[in-house]
Each structure stands twice: as structure tokens, then as C-alpha cells.
Design a protein around this ligand. Structure first.
Ligand SMILES: [Zn+2]
Length: 347
């Protein structure tokens, strides 16, 4: 399809969205009447649950009250590629403690289902790695097709980065099967041999360069690319993102969720998928009492405290109260969630 750039994807994206009358929604009330049957969200297991996770989950579960047919799909992103994490990193899937994350999320779903009076079995939580581990999984097949298709890789890399770099490096990174670490460089695809290659950057590992067709191995996926899993859901899906996906990505003027939408469109068009890019709902950005975004990197955040059992209930009661204010329009724009001392703020 000739040269595919981010700016050439945008008109296609705009046309698709316009054609469906949809849908980049920030007001919860605008979700009513659309009849989304599948609600999708992701959560990164980078520690214990944080307020952002809970706000997104609460938003998804609030929607279950609007549409009695709807289901929520939560993917725990334990195979997320993030090159800000250093030259060598251990993917979440190989970090001790990550497997506890599903327990925390399940506990949160149980409490929320009581608070919101929706059945907890309408929420399905899965590890991304478990989906990929199935050798014949549709998700694995789609990601590998994407990684091997030169035009898709080019379009996707234009969508996720202002400086897309090489097109023979798909937006995935391999995990060394010997030591379990992952390079933060993209893998190389050697089309002549149909193999992906990478260097193990772990100085204590003797493997050096390794190659695999990845048909059975796990691999990390760039965090702006992994939402293409939604393309496997039925049409008329809504993806719910936290407030930071409504912010520009890097130095550009393109909002992060628009980059994800462009990746999905590029994947759909280049792989010839007969499916739909979902609609997007962006929850309000969570800030401290000074209006500053709460984040781990700013060190002004509080995760739901280590003692989940004690604190989860009160954190969720706070989130539910804020969601109520947000939904009825009392709370506009930014949400006041946590002060710098980690205590909930008054609203
Ligand atoms: Zn290694």
C-alpha cells in the first residue's frame, strides 16, 4: 500500500471513526446508548494496585450497570516492553510477586461488585503471558504476523514514535530463555531465515546472540502495541484507559490513545483483518491536591498500601465516591485522589 506514515494513517483512522459515529469519549454519560458488549482494560503488574488501576476498573464495572449484556476483559500486561526501564530488564512475567497481582485484582473486583451491585463473574481477568503461551493462540499468531510484515512494522513504528528507526526491528523484544532477561532493544527479524534475533545484554549470562522463530517462546510487546488484542474481540468494543492516555506522547502533539488507535488501524489494514478498532474512553487524570499528576516517577503517588486486605476496601470506597461525583458531572476534569502523604484527599 505504498508509503505508510503516521500522517497517512490518521485520515483512514478519522474516516473509520467517523463512519461508525464514534468515539473518543471522556464524559461517562456519553457512553450510554452505545451498547458496548465488550469492555477492555489493561493493568501493568509493576507493584501493588494503584489508584489509577482502581479508577479504570471502577469505570469499566460502572459500565456494566448501563448494559446488562456487557462483559469486562482485564489483561494483566506482564509482557510489556518499556525501554525506559533500562538496557537490560527482567520482564514482569519473570519477576517474583507478579503472580500475586491477579489475586489483588480479583479482590478489588469482589469489593467493587458489592459496592456497585454488579455480578463479579462479568469480569474476566487474564495474564497476557498465559494468552501468548498457547502456541496456537490467535493473539500469538496476530502478533507474529504483525512482526513479520514489513509494511505493518513500518506503519506501526511511525504510529508509536516520532523517530521510528529501523523497519526490520518489530515492536517486540525477545526474552532470553537462559536467564529470563529481556533486552530493551527491539528484536531483529531475519526474513531470509524466518528468525528473530537478539543479544542478551545480561553480563552474567553467557548466551550472547540468540535466535528463535518465537513460535513457542514468550516475547515482550511495546506497550502502545499490545492493545491490538482488542482486535480479537467482537466489534463494538470499548477500551478504557487511565487519564495519562489522554496526554501527548513524548514531545509530539499526538495524544497517546490516538497513537494506539493508529497502531490498531495500521494492523487492521496491513493484515487485512475483518474487525474493528474499538472506541476509547479516557478516565480523568488523577492528580494530587496541587493539580500535579500522580505517578511513581514523580514520587508523589501512593499505591494501595502493601497490606491490601486492610486498605483495599477503604481505597475502593473512595474511588466509588469519586466515580459517582464524576458520573453525575459534579467532578470535572481532574480528580483529586491522593495527597503527597498518601492519604485520600477530601473532595
Ligand atoms: Zn541471557
Amino acid at each position: 500500500m505504498g508509503d505508510v506514515t503516521f500522517s497517512s494513517i490518521k485520515p483512514a483512522l478519522a474516516a473509520t471513526m467517523k463512519g461508525r459515529g464514534v468515539k473518543q469519549v471522556r464524559e461517562f454519560k456519553s457512553l450510554e446508548g452505545h451498547g458496548f458488549d465488550n469492555i477492555s482494560m489493561g493493568a501493568r503488574p509493576s507493584g501493588t494496585l494503584h489508584m489509577g488501576n482502581l479508577f479504570v476498573l471502577a469505570s469499566c464495572m460502572h459500565y456494566l450497570r448501563i448494559n446488562s449484556n456487557a462483559r469486562v476483559h482485564v489483561d494483566i500486561m506482564d509482557l510489556d516492553f518499556d525501554n525506559q526501564r533500562g538496557l537490560v530488564f527482567t520482564p514482569f512475567v519473570n519477576l517474583p510477586g507478579t503472580r500475586d497481582f491477579i489475586g489483588q485484582l480479583n479482590a478489588a473486583v469482589e469489593i467493587l461488585s458489592g459496592e456497585l451491585k454488579v455480578a463479579s463473574d462479568r469480569v474476566k481477568i487474564r495474564y497476557f503471558s498465559d494468552r501468548l503461551k498457547q502456541g496456537d493462540s490467535e493473539l500469538r499468531k496476530m502478533l507474529l504476523r504483525l512482526a513479520k510484515n514489513k509494511e505493518s512494522v513500518k506503519a506501526v513504528k511511525y504510529s508509536i514514535s516520532d523517530r521510528p528507526g529501523r523497519y526490520d526491528t518489530p515492536p517486540i523484544s525477545m526474552i532470553c530463555e537462559s536467564c529470563g532477561q529481556s533486552s530493551s532493544n527491539f528484536a531483529h527479524y531475519r526474513s531470509t531465515r524466518s528468525l528473530f534475533t537478539a543479544d542478551c545484554g545480561n553480563v552474567t549470562c553467557t548466551v550472547g546472540e540468540y535466535a528463535s522463530d518465537l513460535s513457542s517462546a514468550l516475547f515482550n510487546v511495546h506497550y502502545l502495541v499490545d492493545p491490538i488484542r482488542d482486535l480479537l474481540l467482537a466489534p463494538n468494543t470499548l477500551h478504557v484507559y487511565g487519564g495519562d492516555y489522554g496526554l501527548p506522547h513524548g514531545q509530539s502533539d499526538t495524544l497517546r490513545f490516538m497513537r494506539v488507535a493508529a497502531v490498531m488501524e495500521a494492523t487492521r489494514l496491513n493484515l487485512g483483518l475483518e474487525t474493528e478498532t474499538p472506541s476509547f474512553f479516557i478516565t480523568p487524570l488523577i492528580t494530587d491536591q496541587h493539580g500535579k499528576k500522580i505517578s511513581k516517577s514523580e514520587r508523589n503517588g501512593g499505591q494501595v498500601a502493601g497490606d491490601i486486605a486492610t486498605h483495599l476496601k477503604e481505597e475502593i470506597a473512595h474511588v466509588v465516591k469519586l466515580m459517582g461525583l464524576y458520573i453525575d458531572g459534579t467532578l470535572k476534569g481532574l480528580s483529586l485522589m491522593r495527597s503527597t502523604d498518601g492519604e485520600p484527599c477530601d473532595v
